[in-house]
Design a protein around this ligand. Structure first.
Ligand SMILES: [Zn+2]
Length: 255
């Protein structure tokens, strides 16, 4: 990126207080992928940025990039959608925070994937409109697909034999897909996967999100998918997600 003033459509991924008056921010933008910037005076002057720099906000951003600093300087942030329903519902808000942490951890600065921004905005909107928990599974598999990490599910990733209903199948994050019983030895720690879940995930990777509201996925497939996808994501990023721990804690508390 050359030195100059830029405009971008973005979602705020993260916001950290910095010094007495500034904030350090991470954005996912349509045009430049993930970028980090500093908003001078954002803590002191509430008027300048209002609530537009809160995590999950969908904004039009104007920023200055100088080649000397890896941080952009945030000049203006205009709200497109603040997803205000999320902010008054702790369940939905924590799900939204999971989506943005996932994008933040799975993407690298300097690589633009416009589909990631479209996906994120689309799913934040669905959560804001009261979407179901199963949205998270669709988001995970779609994000993996866009970023080129889609696990192999149409057969055994090692011997390429089709998975059979008569014999158990497993999922290996290390191998990047389903493995048959024979190949599961030596495939690291594995998780049992049913043929139905393998099929559900393959379908979810391609599903038209406009029709998501009408879908009622099987509870067993969803449960298996959650374990498998999170294990796979953890393997990719090499750590746990803070928001996932929080989501699990909230779920256990409500049981
Ligand atoms: Zn095999």
């Amino acid at each position: 990126m050359k030195r100059g003033l830029y405009r971008a459509e973005a979602v705020v991924l993260n916001s950290l207080d910095y010094s007495e008056s500034d904030r350090i921010l991470t954005f996912y933008t349509l045009e430049h992928g993930k970028i980090r910037g500093i908003a001078k005076g954002a803590r002191r002057s509430k008027k300048r940025f209002v609530g537009n720099l809160d995590p999950t906000s969908h904004i039009n951003l104007i920023f200055f990039h100088s080649e000397k600093s890896e941080l952009m300087r945030v000049e203006e942030a205009h709200l497109i959608d603040g997803f205000n329903n999320l902010k008054v519902d702790i369940d939905k808000l924590s799900q939204a925070c999971y989506l943005i942490e996932l994008v933040s951890e799975m993407t690298r600065e300097g690589q633009a994937a416009p589909q990631v921004l479209h996906l994120l905005v689309n799913f934040l909107k669905m959560l804001d409109d009261g979407g179901e928990d199963c949205l998270l599974r669709f988001f995970e598999i779609r994000l993996l697909a866009i970023l080129g990490y889609l696990p192999h599910l149409s057969g055994c990733v090692t011997c390429r034999q089709p998975l059979s209903a008569d014999s158990k199948a497993y999922f290996s994050s290390e191998k990047g897909g389903a493995v048959c019983k024979k190949c599961s030895f030596g495939a690291g720690s594995v998780i049992p996967i049913s043929l139905g879940t393998a099929g559900f995930l393959s379908m979810a990777a391609k599903f038209d999100t406009a029709k998501l509201g009408r879908l009622k996925p099987n509870a067993v497939f969803l449960e298996e998918s959650e374990r498998i996808l999170y294990d796979f994501i953890k393997h990719q990023i090499g750590k746990e997600l803070k928001t996932k721990k929080f989501l699990d804690k909230m779920r256990n508390a409500s049981l």
